[in-house]
Design a protein around this ligand. Structure first.
Ligand code: ATP
Ligand code: MG
Ligand code: MG
Length: 554
């Protein structure tokens, strides 16, 4: 960890420390708005903030930025907590901007008293017209010079619910000619007669993001408030509000910005993800096709794979698109270490071993994970009738086909060498059964010369009479375009892949019938798979997490 090169945010912290900043005063926060589930873009921010916490042994708060009752819900709060914890991070305090509503209100009154805020009673259209343009100064509101007494009276009435939505707002009195449009008397409060998921109907005025965020950082004494680049122009406003409030003996937070991460073939915006859910393109926020943390978890990703991905892409100064393949690379890399190997057949073809005794069965030893000796081994049943993959047999094939063909030999993994002798076909000419012979002396690990004989090609298989049945869900990209939300003339929903889910019936080795939701496996030669919570005692359901190799068309 210590040898890892520093990202530019860490360089900023290092410089502050060199300049005498007290390391004990370092404090960070991750500040999601609970208006949806966390996605893979958030993982970058989570890993950045909690990574700083680990590096500097500093506390990191989980702060819910819950100032918009129209869009926020307790369900989202719960999901966010679950996801951050699942990623492996521990927050110091669980905070809510809504806990600061009274403090923010008191400070707002203080600003009014000092002539730094006023109630504007115009329509939002009128206010927008007066804003001006970046090259042209705005026009003062006719209410800009309201008396302190009148402002206070109106603001209190707004709070008491005496005014309709849209009839008044509280604005900071800054500079209608500022070259930064955000400094042209920004709105601090608006009236919303809506219940809030935590404060219920206690409030009917709600503070705006800019007025809330820096002040929440100040209340929590967050030293470095890290946000994405779109907030860079907000920094002067963040600082202006703090200038009015910070007392000398207290830490003054500072905002710094880093680039938002976009991932190819998906969208990372809670608003857009909500549309996918509401319009039924996916089954929910945790659908395995979703780029949400909960979707990735359900699909079978490990937390380490997501952390390693975030670490690899690092923290950038400019917005960019990261290839989804890189995330999948990290899933494979971690699953390779931790996922037990098992055998499952997704597209079955019957094999009958003619010289194997009818009633015989035997239990063969199979290694659970060649990457992990401590994973041990298990026993799998072998018998006269087996399933192999359709694609592993051809009647005729050239020398490069290292699978089973008529007259050819292959090894069955952990079992015997077999030779294909003849086939049965149905009326349409499809092969229904491959009849084989086996070499009884060739059993894997038996130490006989026959067991050591080299044959090209090893196939996975399951014993037909012992096999369990399972439903397997195979996922494709959710979007057919690499950057679905970056087309000016088209909506991202136009690029939804209508064939992103294929469901097949599979045969699995019997030990898998004990598997529990969330268990992850490598189906040998096929990929990584994870037990879906839709599984019932009668029907196992697996999600394909990733194939073994990158098979996406470039
Ligand atoms: P969304 O558009 O998905 O709602 P947001 O930025 O509004 O994104 P927040 O809940 O405010 O979502 O995000 C919490 C933190 O995560 C913020 O600091 C935000 O900047 C950061 N974040 C969100 N999306 C990304 C992303 N794609 N890459 C990096 N950081 C992100
Ligand atoms: Mg936000
Ligand atoms: Mg948002």
């Amino acid at each position: 960890e210590a040898s890892k090169s520093l990202n530019f945010i860490e360089h900023i912290v290092e410089e502050d420390l060199r300049n005498g900043f007290d390391p004990e005063a370092l404090r960070f926060r991750f500040p999601p708005e609970p208006n949806g589930y966390l996605h893979i873009g958030h993982a970058s921010s989570i890993c950045l903030n909690f990574g700083l916490g680990l590096r500097y042994e500093a506390p990191v708060n989980l702060r819910f930025d819950d100032t918009n009752p129209a869009k926020e819900e307790t369900e989202y709060v719960e999901a966010i907590k679950r996801d951050v914890a699942w990623l492996g991070f521990e927050w110091d305090q669980e905070c809510y901007a809504s806990d600061y509503f009274q403090q923010l209100y008191d400070w707002a009154e203080a600003l009014i008293e000092r002539g730094l805020a006023y109630v504007d009673s115009q329509t939002s259209e009128a206010m927008a017209e007066q804003k001006g343009t970046p090259t042209q100064a705005g026009t003062d509101s006719p209410y800009r010079d309201r008396s302190v007494a009148e402002n206070l009276k109106l603001f209190r009435e707004m709070k008491e619910g005496k005014h309709a939505e849209g009839s008044h707002v509280l604005r900071a009195k800054i500079d209608m000619a500022s070259p930064n449009m955000l400094m042209r008397d920004p709105v601090m409060y608006r009236i919303l007669h809506k219940a809030h998921h935590r404060t219920n109907t206690d409030w009917c005025i709600y503070p705006m993001y800019d007025w809330t965020h820096g002040e929440s950082d100040y209340i929590e004494q967050v030293s470095h408030s890290l946000c994405t680049l779109e907030f860079k122009p907000h920094r002067p406003l963040y600082d202006w509000f703090l200038d009015q409030l910070v007392s000398k003996d207290k830490l003054r937070p500072k905002q710094r910005e880093f680039a938002r991460r976009n991932i190819s073939h998906t969208v990372v915006s809670k608003r857009k993800l909500l549309q996918l859910v509401e319009q039924g393109h996916v089954k929910g926020w945790d659908d395995p096709r979703m780029p949400t943390i909960s979707g990735l978890r359900r699909r079978g990703s490990t937390p380490a794979a997501i952390r390693n991905f975030a670490e690899t892409i690092g923290i950038a100064k400019r917005d960019n698109v990261v290839d989804m393949n890189l995330l999948e690379f990290h899933m494979r890399e971690d699953l390779n270490k931790v996922a037990p190997r098992v055998m499952a057949v997704l597209d079955p073809l019957k094999v009958v071993i003619e010289n194997y005794p009818e009633e015989q069965e035997e239990w063969l030893e199979a290694e659970n994970n060649p990457e992990d000796e401590s994973a041990g081994s298990r026993e799998i049943p072998f018998s006269k009738e087996l399933w192999i993959e359709q694609s592993d047999f051809k009647e005729e094939a050239n020398r490069k086909f290292f699978r089973l063909k008529l007259g050819g030999e292959v090894r069955l993994k952990n079992a015997y060498i077999i030779k294909a002798e003849r086939v049965d076909k149905d009326a349409e000419g499809n092969i229904t059964t491959v009849y084989c012979s086996y070499d009884p002396k060739s059993k894997s690990g038996s130490g006989t010369p026959e067991s050591q004989r080299k044959v090209k090609g090893t196939l996975h298989w399951v014993s037909a009479k012992h096999a369990g049945e399972a439903e397997v869900r195979l996922y494709d990209r959710l979007f057919i375009d690499p950057t679905p939300d970056q087309h000016e003339d088209k909506d991202f929903l136009d690029f939804v892949n209508e064939d992103s889910l294929e469901i097949v019936k599979a045969y699995v080795e019997p030990g898998l019938l004990e598997a529990k939701a969330g268990d992850r496996f490598q189906f040998q030669r096929l990929g990584y798979f994870c037990v879906d919570p839709d599984s019932t005692p009668d029907q196992l359901v697996f999600n394909r997490t990733v194939t073994l190799r990158d098979t996406w068309a470039k």
